[in-house]
Design a binder for this molecule. Structure first.
Ligand SMILES: [Zn+2]
Length: 94
């Protein structure tokens, strides 16, 4: 089972360049030769993250309310030269 990914260790958080709130996570699940570029929009200040480039396929996920008082939802993704993840605020219902 050497291929199992250590989720906590490998999880990377993408943050907003402007307000520095956490927007989403990604985990690299397999390595490729082609860079995958992505960024996330910020629902808190209408800014966005910087462009993140990884050599690999990624699994992405939102920020859940257990780790931040500002949880998020990934509403959609626009695939272009850069994949843009459209981030929304999650409802704070508990
Ligand atoms: Zn922001």
């Amino acid at each position: 089972m050497a291929d199992l990914i250590d989720m906590e260790k490998e999880k990377v958080t993408i943050k907003c360049d402007s307000c520095e709130k956490s927007l989403m996570h990604y985990i690299v699940i397999s390595v490729t030769n082609t860079p995958f570029k992505m960024r996330a929009t910020c629902p808190f200040c209408n800014g966005s993250s910087g462009i993140v480039s990884v050599l690999g396929r990624v699994f992405t996920g939102p920020i859940d309310k257990g780790e931040s008082s500002n949880p998020t939802v990934i509403e959609d993704v626009i695939i272009d030269d850069v994949a843009t993840f459209l981030i929304k605020k999650a409802k704070n219902a508990s």
